[in-house]
Design a protein around this ligand. Sequence first.
Ligand SMILES: [Zn+2]
Length: 694
Amino acid sequence: MLRFPTLLPTAALLIFSPVHPVIAQTSPTEQATAPSSGPGVDTAGMDRSVAPGNDFYTYANGTWLKDTEIPADRSTYGNGAMVAELTDRHVAELIQEAAKASAPAGSEQRKIGDYYASFMDTTAIDAAGLTPLKPTLDSIAAIHDHRDLARFLGSTLRADVDALNNTNFYTENLFGLWVAQDLDDPSQYSPFLLQGGLGMPDRSYYVDSSAAMVTIRSKYQEHVAAMLGLAGISDSASKAAAITGLETRIAEAHVSREASGDVKKGNNHWTRADFPARAPGLDWEAYFAAAGLSRPARFVVWQPSAVTGISALTASEPLETWKAYLTFHAIQSRAAVLPGPFVRESFAFFGPVLSGARKQRDRWKLAVAATNEAFGFAVGKLYTARYFPPADKARAEAMVANLIAAFRTRIDRLEWMAPATKKEAKAKLAVLKVGVGYPDAWPRYDDLEVVAGDAFGNAERARLYQLRRSLARLGRPVDRSEWVMTPQTVNAVNLPAMNAMNFPAAILQPPYFDSRRPLAMDYGAMGAIIGHEVSHSFDNQGALFDAKGRLHNWWTPEDFKHFETSAQQLVAQYDAYKPFPDLAVNGRQTLAENIADVAGLTASYDAYHRALQGKPAPTVAGFAGDQQFFVSFAQSWRGKSREPALRNRILTDGHAPPQYRALTVRNIDAWYRAFGVKQGEKLYLATADRVRVW
Ligand SMILES: [Zn+2]
């Protein structure tokens, strides 16, 4: 729902799992440079020979665009990538310092350091061979009946999916668990069960008939056989055929990614007794007991048809096939902490075949990513202590307060929204919980044991710890201050059921935010981002969740109709953007995000003037306050794309390409005044054609 400015691939614990296949492509480069915008307007990156009214994006970014080459290992490059590279470098330094610090035993710093050092100790990992995995392989070999199978499957359940906030729908285990606020009764946590069980990222890899997918499938089967062979398992080729056959049947039971993203299709409550009745096959009692889910009376089953289909397969497919399947996944899911040959074979498939990455990332980068994943908030605590001073937090919180005040005024003035709906909108605004930088209370890692020299055991314990932490939420009051993104993530997220937002410290960096420069530039860049996210709480998506976070539509049909009508102009505006003679931006596909961009920029402009409190804005490099605001906005969208990547994005992304998001300014009257934009210039819109949704 909310991808800003880029979905930075968060470091996966399962380095080789397809959860984040892009990881290998986006390794931080050693020469990572800070974004070029320092504490002033980045005049060096502009092209002032271009009239702002003709091409505002090039006016703000033309020299940077001309002088910047996209690095060879990337398909796009710009602010998002640069800030992410810089942050990755900072995080790597902190983790490596922790490893050298010999901090007191049991301290978070020591655990971080030992986790990293153990992951790096490939000599110990190679020497241990498959010994650490032996108990698991023995348990699989000892499966004799369907009850044993269910028990083993239950023991693999982990808290590794998220249907609504971080929206991660992938797990290699048969099912994934997400413990979150119930969407009918947000005062309680519920266990959400999601489909899983595939070794490749999505059902389409198994069922699509395109030549590319057929090739990937046959390479996957070879990879499965190779992994089994490395582990000394007999009949690896025939077992690999059976395993991929089973996964194909699981994939056929899966619902599509698009359907999984529809919250109204996902909110299905099943009692414990519903499982054997509605999804016969799996011994559910044994499964839940082994998973630590004996107590909950009710579950949310996100993809009911998939759960039914997968459960049936546990009974209909031969037990020996299941045992081979479980053996392969036991090895695959732990490949990162197994000896070198497993690491290399995993990369050979998940790198070049699946993601296009040609070179495995250095071991230390994988170690940083794994440590960052296992101890996300402990690393975040170190990160914010060094890179996010209290003054920055105060400055960003003041921006949030001004933005919320700006929205309140705008909602009051809206003509198209019914009075009762306005009341609900303001109630929602009043309880909105906006987190800035880092959570109020840091999650602790007291019970997560790290053993120096035991990379395998550490990874197992870290994943179990995440599960136990999730299970412990059940039956407790809902904690709306809890964060779902670590502070060192360059991103932002709207948590619709929590009526909350997280703005991590890592996105509060230049060029989005910089406490050394005048407020105008922060509001133009970061303020517009905050406004974008806040507006999602009140738009057609936010309308599904009320002030308490209940899935309950609080808009009237008339509200929806008016919203649609005012949206029509925006659809036409974006349909007219044509980066290629044969391909235009799809105004309908990008509508919700374009509305949020207009709303965010509009509200941030109001908030900026509120922040000035009637005082004149300082001039910087000859630019007046409002000019700084809009230039900073357009510079925040700075980026370049290779043609295939841009085409792909236009076809698949809900957001317009960055160069067009920068042109949101056309809808704001103040932009015309700031730059003297006149009729006849290319970006000029008559007053009636400027879109005002909020
Ligand atoms: Zn958005």
